[in-house]
Design a protein around this ligand. Structure first.
Ligand SMILES: [Zn+2]
Length: 479
C-alpha cells in the first residue's frame, strides 16, 4: 500500500505548474489589505474549477471567501492569506534593489505563497477524499488583510469558522518547523481630538488645542507603562499633527495606537486604561474625543495535538528540495545581509535547538532539514489574526523555508524570493505537509476529539472578540 506521503506528493505535484503560475499571478497583483480583488478572484476561480463551492464576499468583506468540498463531519479548514505590503515592490529573484513594473506594493511577507500553498493542500485533501471515499468537509478560507485590518477577526466575529473541527495554516519562513509558539493579542485604536483654532499669539485664550490633547495623552500612556504587565506593548504614531503652522492653534490632531498583551482579555483591559488617558487629555484641554477601533486580534493558542500531527507530516514529507541554482541564489541574497544578523540567527538556532542542529545549519543559505517540534511558553512579540481562529477551533501552524536564512521579514529581499523558485519549492512542500496532517486527522476522529478537549481547556471554548460589536472593517484603510 502506498503511504500517505506518496499520495499527497502525487496530488500536489500533478498541479505543480498551475500552482506556481497562480502564486506568480498573485505576486504580480501585489494587492494590499482589503484591496485583494484580483487575487481573491484568481484563487476562487481555481477552487471552482476543482469542484469546490465558493461563497464570495463573506463577513461583509468583498475579498473574503469560503470554498468547501464535501459535507458533514469531520470538517477541516485551511487558512489562506494573499495581501501585500506597501513600498516593497521588487523584481522577482533580483538581489539588487529594483522595482517591479513601477509598482509600489510587494509580497514582502510571502502571502502569495501562503494563499496558494493552503489552496494546494485543500485540493490535495479533496483528491484523497474522492479517491478513497473519505467522508467529511474540506474548506479553504480566503482571509484578506492579515497585515493590517485583521480580516480573520471579522470573519470569526461573523461566525465563518464555526463548526470546524480543526484549522491548519502555514507561513513562509527561513525554517522548516511547526510553530508551537503563541503571539500577542493586539488592538488598534484611532484617537482623534477636535479643538478650536485661533491666532496662537493674538487670542491664545480662545484656542483649544487638539495637538496638546495628543501630547498629554501620550504622557499619560507613558506613565501607564510602569503599571502594566511586563509583556504588554503599547506603541503609537501621529496620524495628524494638526497642521504645519505654529501660529495657529491646532483644532484637529490624531494618534494611532496599537495595544498588545499576551492574552486577548488582558489587551481588552489595557485598552480601557489607554482610552482613559485619552478621555483625561480631552478633559484637560477642553477638546472633544472621537475613538475608532480600527481592528484587533487575539493571541494565538497553538493546539499541541494538531501541531504534533503537522510535525508528523513534516517529518514524512521532509524539507523542500531546493535546486543548486536556488541554493546559489539564496547564498547571493545572504551576501547582502549584515554578518551580525547571520551570527544572531545562528545563535538563536543553538539556543532553541541545541548545538548539534546549529552545527548542521552553519553556513547554509537555505534550510534543508526539518527542525524538531518545540513549544515555547514565551509568546513571540508579534501578532497574527490566526489567533482569532485559534479561539474558535483547534488551530496549528507550520513554517516552511521559502527564503534564505537571515532574510529580514517585510523586506524587498523577501518580495524577491517570494516571486521565484525558492519560494515556490517551499510553498509546494508546505501544501504536502498540511494535506498529510489534515487527512490523518480526518481518518482518526479520536485525534480531533483530543484536539477539541485541549482547545476547550485552553480557551474555555469561547471566542472573546477583541473589538467592540459595532467595529467595521476599514475597507479603504485607516483614515
Ligand atoms: Zn505574513
Amino acid at each position: 500500500m502506498e503511504s500517505l506521503a506518496a499520495f499527497v506528493e502525487q496530488y500536489v505535484e500533478a498541479r505543480r505548474e498551475r500552482l506556481i503560475a497562480l502564486s506568480e499571478e498573485i505576486w504580480r497583483y501585489a494587492e494590499v489589505g482589503f484591496q485583494e480583488f484580483q487575487s481573491a478572484k484568481a484563487l476562487e476561480r481555481f477552487l471552482e474549477e476543482e469542484g469546490f463551492t465558493v461563497q464570495k464576499g463573506v463577513a461583509g468583506i468583498p475579498t473574503a471567501f469560503v470554498a468547501t468540498y464535501g459535507s458533514g463531519k469531520p470538517a477541516i479548514g485551511f487558512l489562506g492569506e494573499y495581501d501585500a505590503l506597501f513600498d516593497l515592490s521588487q523584481q522577482a529573484g533580483s538581489t539588487d534593489r529594483a522595482l517591479f513594473e513601477n509598482g509600489t506594493a510587494g509580497h514582502g511577507c510571502g502571502h502569495n505563497e501562503l494563499g496558494v500553498g493552503s489552496l494546494a493542500a485543500a485540493v490535495a485533501v479533496k483528491d484523497y477524499m474522492q479517491e478513497h471515499g473519505l467522508a467529511g468537509t474540506v474548506a479553504y478560507y480566503g482571509c484578506p488583510a492579515e497585515e493590517d485590518g485583521s480580516g480573520k477577526m471579522f470573519m470569526a466575529k461573523a461566525g465563518i469558522f464555526d463548526g470546524l473541527d480543526g484549522a491548519l495554516t502555514w507561513h513562509p519562513s527561513s525554517k522548516n518547523a511547526v510553530d508551537g509558539c503563541s503571539s500577542l493579542a493586539c488592538i488598534g485604536v484611532l484617537y482623534r481630538f477636535h479643538g478650536r483654532a485661533t491666532h496662537a499669539a493674538g487670542q491664545p485664550h480662545l484656542g483649544r488645542s487638539a495637538l496638546d490633547a495628543c501630547e498629554l495623552m501620550n504622557v499619560g500612556v507613558n506613565y501607564l507603562r510602569e503599571h502594566m504587565i511586563q509583556e504588554a506593548r503599547i506603541h503609537y504614531a501621529y496620524r495628524d499633527a494638526g497642521g504645519a503652522a505654529p501660529n495657529v492653534v491646532q483644532d484637529h490632531a490624531a494618534l494611532y495606537y496599537f495595544i498588545r498583551a499576551p492574552k486577548v482579555a488582558q489587551a481588552v483591559e489595557l485598552r480601557e486604561r489607554v482610552d482613559n488617558c485619552a478621555r483625561g487629555a480631552a478633559l484637560m484641554t477642553g477638546t472633544t474625543l472621537e475613538m475608532t477601533t480600527t481592528d484587533g486580534l487575539c493571541d494565538f493558542v497553538p493546539n499541541q495535538t494538531l501541531s504534533q500531527l503537522l510535525q508528523q507530516g513534516l517529518e514524512q514529507v521532509g524539507a523542500p528540495h531546493f535546486t543548486q541554482e536556488q541554493t546559489a541564489l539564496a547564498s547571493q541574497f545572504q551576501k547582502g545581509y549584515p554578518a551580525a544578523e547571520l551570527q544572531a540567527k545562528q545563535a538563536s538556532y543553538e539556543e532553541d535547538y541545541g548545538p548539534e542542529i546549529a552545527r548542521r545549519l552553519e553556513g547554509k543559505p537555505l534550510m534543508d532539514l526539518v527542525l524538531p517540534l518545540r513549544f515555547d511558553p514565551k509568546a513571540s512579540p508579534g501578532s497574527t489574526d490566526v489567533g482569532d481562529v485559534s479561539y474558535v477551533c483547534p488551530t496549528a501552524q507550520l513554517n516552511m523555508a521559502t527564503y534564505a536564512i537571515g532574510t529580514p521579514g517585510h523586506s524587498w529581499q523577501l518580495t524577491a524570493q517570494s516571486g521565484c523558485g525558492i519560494g515556490h519549492e517551499g510553498m509546494l512542500a508546505a501544501a504536502k505537509v498540511m494535506a498529510h496532517a489534515a487527512i490523518n486527522a480526518m481518518e482518526h476522529p479520536e485525534i480531533l476529539e483530543q484536539a477539541k478537549a485541549e482547545y476547550e481547556k485552553a480557551t474555555g471554548g469561547k471566542y472573546l472578540c477583541p473589538v467592540p460589536d459595532d467595529t467595521k472593517p476599514m475597507l479603504d484603510g485607516v483614515q
